[in-house]
Design a protein around this ligand. Structure first.
Ligand code: GAP
Length: 444
């Protein structure tokens, strides 16, 4: 993990937030390449959820909802983690994460491991951030930052049913920020207090729930493989009955083998009728499907819930590679081209050569209209290649002496390091075709 954190900082993917003020625990800011990469992840998710299907519609609901939403959803009473305090080191830990936690005293041990540790009984700690709406600070103004995007979807069920004229099975998808006052955030982007979620609620006829649950587990697993994660580092783990969330009838996690061990990348839950029933009872608005023949039922909900931040971390971990090429070390991010922040680099071989620079600049301007590309003329060509390798740029076009003679350029492949020559006029078409090719990670 340390290597990923250091690469992210060095190349401007991710910075510690509020760094000039000493930082804020487990809060991060995305820099240029991080924003581009995370936007690509979200775009691939929208494609899979909306563009490639006809049965899911998009939504972008508010972060601060009527607080009654969270009473109805069970979050006010049930969205808690067990917390213990250590009276000796004054730190707080999740009672169910003691094995992975470090005590605040040196040499750091597992909380409770030494006789000095003085842990309290576990008590339930609500993870929702409280805020207030409006200028008056009274109980009537209390509100919450949403801890999941899902509830914004459930409360819009009727709107979508009527206005988008849908009938089960159909889904509503949303990407947005969520907030949880995690007791023990950590492991870089894996667990933070402010993060994004990519959630889709799929409303189905009750008898079809099991079938759709299995279907979505496989769809989501395949999506991660499609964008480059090694199958050997992915697994599906069904939840035991005692770890199910308060709303779930069944759930499975798609887990990735992170440097911290197998951990949840995305959860798929069968939420049954829990949410629609709760909101019907608490709001007085019937959230049910009524068919043309008058048949009515409360749809069951299958929910694939992932997050772009955790996906970003998994993709970077999986893509990270070090090797020795021509007796020199090379660090390379073998990212899927559809995820890579920059698709191609344009490099004049000799930056002082005005003709090369002019041709390279023209190629850059042409490609820039259709692709995210980067022009670089600073430093030796080998160092420029390595800079691009480190941010995962799949292709580099080099303008050299021969370009000035015959209008061809060299294209270098990030993974194989193979080089070939192309006519300048054909570069855009070549790049388009190359980016559309199926891609598999060359990592074992
Ligand atoms: N609506 C269901 C739900 O929220 P979850 O398993 O708690 O389920 C879904 O969260 C996904 O959101 C996780 O798989 C993860 O990708 C992301 N996520 C949850 N908590 C997170 C955190 N503290 N930091 C980063 N990502 C988080």
């Amino acid at each position: 993990m340390d290597k990923i954190v250091s690469l992210c900082r060095r190349r401007g993917f991710v910075f510690q937030s509020s760094e000039i003020y000493g930082g804020l625990g487990s809060a991060y800011d995305y820099g240029h390449y991080g924003v581009l990469t995370k936007n690509n992840i979200k775009a691939r998710w929208w494609e899979a959820m909306i563009q490639e299907r006809e049965d899911i519609v998009a939504l972008d609901s508010a972060i601060i909802l009527n607080p009654r939403v969270w009473e109805a959803s069970g979050h006010v009473t049930g969205f808690t983690d067990p917390l213990v305090d250590c009276k000796t080191c004054k730190l707080r830990f999740r009672a169910d994460h003691l094995e992975q936690s470090a005590c605040g005293r040196k040499p750091s041990k597992r909380p409770g491991e030494t006789p000095d540790c003085d842990l309290t009984e576990a008590r339930q700690f609500n993870l929702m951030f409280k805020t207030q709406v409006g200028a008056l600070e009274d109980t009537g103004s209390a509100a919450y930052l949403r801890p999941e995007t899902a509830q914004g979807i459930f409360i819009n069920f009727k709107n979508v049913l009527q206005i988008a004229r849908r009938k089960p099975p159909f889904g509503i998808a949303q990407i947005g920020k969520s907030f949880r006052n995690e007791i023990t955030p950590g492991n870089f982007l894996f667990r933070t207090r402010e993060f994004e979620q990519m959630e889709m609620e799929f409303f189905v006829p009750p008898l079809e729930a099991d079938e759709w649950f299995a279907y979505w587990i496989e769809q989501r697993r395949a999506w991660y493989v499609r964008y480059g994660l090694r199958e050997s580092h992915l697994r599906v783990r069904p939840h035991e009955a005692d770890e199910l969330a308060h709303y779930a009838r069944a759930a499975s996690d798609i887990e990735y083998l992170f440097p911290i061990g197998w951990s949840e990348l995305e959860g798929i839950a069968n939420r049954g009728t829990f949410d629609l029933t709760q909101h019907t009872e608490n709001s007085g608005t019937k959230l049910e499907y009524v068919g043309e023949g008058g048949e009515r039922y409360t749809p069951h909900v299958i929910e694939p819930a992932g997050g772009p931040d955790r996906t970003f971390l998994a993709l970077l971990v999986d893509a990270y590679d070090e090797e020795v090429v021509a007796e020199r070390d090379r660090t390379v991010l073998r990212l899927h081209p559809a995820i890579a922040p920059v698709k191609a680099a344009i490099l004049p071989l000799i930056p002082r050569n005005g003709d090369m620079v002019e041709k390279a600049r023209r190629l850059d301007a042409d490609l820039r209209r259709r692709f995210m590309v980067e022009y670089d003329d600073s430093g030796q060509i080998g160092r420029r290649y390595r800079r691009q390798d480190e941010i995962g740029t799949p292709f580099a076009f080099t303008v050299d002496d021969q370009t000035l003679e015959d209008d061809t350029v060299t294209v270098r492949d990030r993974d194989s390091l193979a080089q070939e020559r192309l006519p300048l006029g054909g570069v855009a078409a070549w790049l388009e075709e190359a980016l559309a090719r199926p891609w598999r990670t060359p990592k074992a």
